[in-house]
Design a binder for this molecule. Structure first.
Ligand SMILES: [Zn+2]
Length: 103
């Protein structure tokens, strides 16, 4: 049986790792936090607000609960407070190769 507490919004006092995208949550940033209980395990999940939303979208598709591996793509949602662009070396450019099928 899995159980999660209601997520609450916190303001970071120190750095955290986002459980979704594994990027840093900087001090002063707001983040969503909840606790989960999974059998004998318990833990705290901390996420950027936009990552939390993305997770909820996924969870809806999976029927309410699913597991993920940290390192998911962080959604672009708050351009106003966008920090300097981080290039992690991973490409998210979709390469469309439909042209080849026509030749
Ligand atoms: Zn995140």
């Amino acid at each position: 049986m899995n159980h999660t507490t209601e997520p609450i919004t916190h303001k970071a006092k120190k750095r955290h790792r986002c459980s979704w995208c594994w990027e840093l949550i900087e001090p002063g940033d707001e983040y969503r936090r909840y606790r989960f209980y999974d059998g004998g395990d318990a833990g705290t999940v901390k996420m950027h607000p936009e990552c939390f939303d993305a997770m909820q979208d996924e969870a809806r598709d999976w029927g309410g609960y699913f597991e993920w591996t940290p390192g998911m793509e962080r959604p672009q949602r708050t351009p106003a407070t966008q920090p300097t662009t981080t290039s992690s070396g991973h490409s998210d450019a979709a390469v469309i190769k439909q042209e080849q099928e026509k030749s």
